[in-house]
Design a protein around this ligand. Sequence first.
Ligand SMILES: Nc1ncnc2c1ncn2[C@@H]1O[C@H](COP(=O)(O)OP(=O)(O)OP(=O)(O)O)[C@@H](O)[C@H]1O
Length: 222
Amino acid sequence: MPILLEIESLGFSYENAFSPVFSELNLSVGQEEFIVVKGASGTGKSTLLRLICRLQAYDEGHILFKRRSIESYKPAELRRSIIYVAQIPSMIDASVRENLLFPFSFAVNGSMAEPADARLTEMLEQFYLQDVSLLQQARNLSVGQQQRIALMRALLLDPEILLLDEPTSALDAKSASMVFSIVEHLNTRQGKTIIMVTHSNRSLSTISPVEYLLEQSKLRKI
Ligand SMILES: Nc1ncnc2c1ncn2[C@@H]1O[C@H](COP(=O)(O)OP(=O)(O)OP(=O)(O)O)[C@@H](O)[C@H]1O
């Protein structure tokens, strides 16, 4: 399996912190791999995802995407290929359709055709959102529904890597199970490479992800 992402000797500290968040951290992610990152609160799981898509800059080491340093990509270009779906979904004050199509208004996505309503409606069904209309106000949806809209919005851009930051933390068991089954499907059927941070000990039903524990500034396979 070709390597898509490589992290070598990563070092990172927040200003004025007592100890570094990462020191000599390594990770290799193959194409179509599903990686789960676990770890106690405050160990740096979100920070790691944010460094991978250049929402923050690292201090030491290298992060390579397709064998090129992520610093050699324009941030907007990189973030079209590596999409970060935040723990708390952020919706603009507009309809579901406007939220889903919002990234198509960015210059970097100018060459991509906006999906038609029929495609969006079909996707809503696949994401167990058949009761949600494209015209509804997105911010009035439940957190679990917004979480799935955020995931749909990311996928419409056909990213190469999806970074999922605790996608089920705010969800009840039923919604969490829907999200897990969607992400499994994305990996097994669509071949998406996924790095998911989760506190959940729930096992995925159709795949065995490669699991890592983040502790003492490093990742350890578990
Ligand atoms: N902007 C910031 N400035 C300074 N310190 C920060 C900042 N953001 C996070 N930290 C600190 O860096 C460490 C890692 O934070 P991060 O949010 O990445 O951890 P996490 O493992 O994702 O936590 P959780 O599981 O609670 O979401 C924590 O000690 C946190 O307090």
